[in-house]
Design a protein around this ligand. Structure first.
Ligand code: GUN
Ligand code: ZN
Length: 493
């Protein structure tokens, strides 16, 4: 049992939680954004991140600090909190990223973790091996052995109250990611970053990001706080949270600002290309694109970084609110419509609907059906599983309309896409109280037919009739042959 992490609310696999960071003497609300601080170049000061943007936690790189003489001396003397002037929690990375970029580094887990402890880090990181995507299974497995050895080395360092990261690697091999998750959860380390996803995110492979993260989560426990290492673009927070990520780190706000890039929850724009600033943050309220472009390079970079941070923190708050309301999948769906990469990520998320369904709470507010993909949501799957456990009398009408005036059926149930049949007594309960648009796409009817199949297969002795409002052929084809079909669309007019 990990008592440092407390779940406050859940929605599917997403959660709002509280991470207690004992060495900093603070608790951090999750999902949380950790701005990345480059100790050499600070576009926005840590104090400002805390006071103006509400950052409760940030992440910096102990390897860079250790290699830079004056930073090393100051960090050892004053401690990181004073050096950076930040009152919240400070996470330190180990140099693994430099290892992945440049092929080698001159330190070990034992040495760099001790150093992280000595400079006052609150959450330290061993030297894991960030195996890139698409390498052979042999290479990924061999490098995972080295990461697991680093976790053992880390566990052997006396780190006092400092929490320690246990990165989960395994490249794009899902079996390795799951095994790595289970191995990490079995250590007594504290926080669980899913590693080496940066190349996937940079290539907009959000579907692969969802798959490797879902695999890692299958190995981890629900009480493990999970960090998606290197994920800082706000357009993917909702879907990463939906698969169960609790911590994000953003270098993007500063790196993008340096290149004149303006973040939005729908993607990235070039300041050069904007005619308007479509954002209510203080930077965008006080400027227009021309006045931003007219600033000198430093001022422009600072303003863009501030805008990027406002957008990024706002999306984190939106995700938290959605989790508390039980509407996170609606937010994911909204984001998925804005960018093809998010659309791929959402599809991959829905492919995990059994894993999502296991974690989903039974009741929320109202299910909003907003696109054909809604038909694959875990609530629909759960309803179909439930239908397979319901018993029915000898003759039944399943109808999109109310019961006919005179009939001989033993029972009449409503049918509604995408759920399928349900007893009328459940019509006001979640998710059957769904709000659906007047026009539905064929996948919604096919999903309803799948629901009918579930019920029919569990009740072979019942004679079923389906009264439908002109369903498309592909849905009628999915209804079991034993069901009598009646097209009642004339009634609907
Ligand atoms: N930063 C981005 N990805 C990684 C990773 O996989 N491991 C570490 N230690 N840092 C990272
Ligand atoms: Zn703005």
């Amino acid at each position: 049992m990990r008592d440092a992490f407390e779940l406050r609310a859940t929605d599917g696999m997403a959660r709002v939680g509280r991470l207690t960071v004992p060495r900093a003497g603070v608790t951090v609300e999750t999902p949380a954004l950790m701005p990345v601080i480059n100790p050499n170049i600070q576009t926005i000061s840590p104090q400002r991140l805390h006071d103006e943007f509400g950052a409760e936690i940030l992440i910096t790189n102990s390897y860079i600090i250790r290699k830079t003489d004056d930073l090393r001396e100051r960090a050892l003397e004053e401690g990181l909190h004073e050096m950076l002037d930040f009152p919240g929690a400070i996470v330190t990375d180990s140099g693994s990223f430099q290892l992945a970029e440049y092929g080698e580094i001159d330190t070990t887990t034992t040495e760099i973790l001790q150093f992280q402890h000595d400079i006052g880090s609150d959450i330290g990181t061993p030297v894991d091996i960030p195996t890139p995507p698409d390498v052979s299974h042999d290479q990924a497995a061999a490098e995972l052995d080295r990461t697991e050895a680093a976790l053992a080395d880390a566990a052997a360092v006396d780190t006092g109250e400092m929490l320690v990261n246990a990165p989960v690697q395994g490249s794009t091999h899902l079996d390795l990611r799951e095994e790595a998750g289970a191995h990490a959860a079995a250590t007594d380390l504290d926080v669980f970053p899913v590693g080496a996803v940066v190349p996937l995110l940079n290539a907009y492979r959000y579907d692969d990001m969802v798959e490797v993260t879902a695999a890692a989560k299958r190995g981890l426990h629900a009480d493990c706080p999970v960090h998606l290492f290197g994920a800082g673009h706000p357009m993917m927070f909702a879907q990463a949270a939906a698969i169960g990520c609790d911590l994000f780190d953003s270098a993007a706000y500063a790196l993008y600002a340096r290149d004149g890039r303006y973040l939005t929850v729908r993607g990235t724009e070039q300041l050069e290309d904007l005619s308007y600033l479509p954002c209510p943050c203080p930077v965008c309220a006080e400027h227009d694109p021309d006045s931003l472009r007219a600033l000198d390079d430093r001022a422009k970079e600072e303003q863009l970084a501030a805008h990027n941070l406002h957008v990024t923190f706002a999306e984190i708050r939106r995700v938290r609110q959605a989790v508390r309301e039980g509407t996170l999948l609606e937010l994911v769906e909204e984001r998925a419509r804005a960018h093809p990469a998010s659309a791929d990520g959402y599809r991959a998320l829905l492919n995990q609907n059994e894993q999502l369904e296991e974690h989903d709470r039974v009741s929320k507010g109202t299910f909003f059906y907003t696109s054909a993909e809604s038909a694959r949501r875990p609530e629909v799957l759960r309803h179909h599983e439930r239908l397979a456990r319901l018993e029915t009398p000898s003759t039944m009408l399943l109808s999109e309309f109310g019961p006919p005036e005179n009939h001989d059926y033993d029972a009449v149930w409503r049918v509604e896409p995408p759920f399928g049949p349900y007893p009328t007594s459940l019509s006001e309960t979640y998710p059957l109280n769904a709000a659906t648009p007047d026009h539905l796409e064929p996948p919604a009817y096919v999903a309803a037919a799948d629901g009918i199949r579930s019920l029919v297969e569990a009740n072979r002795k019942t004679a079923f009739t389906l009264g439908h409002d002109g369903w498309p052929d592909e849905a009628l084809d999915a209804v079991p042959e034993s069901v009598t079909l009646e097209n009642l669309s004339d009634l609907g007019e």
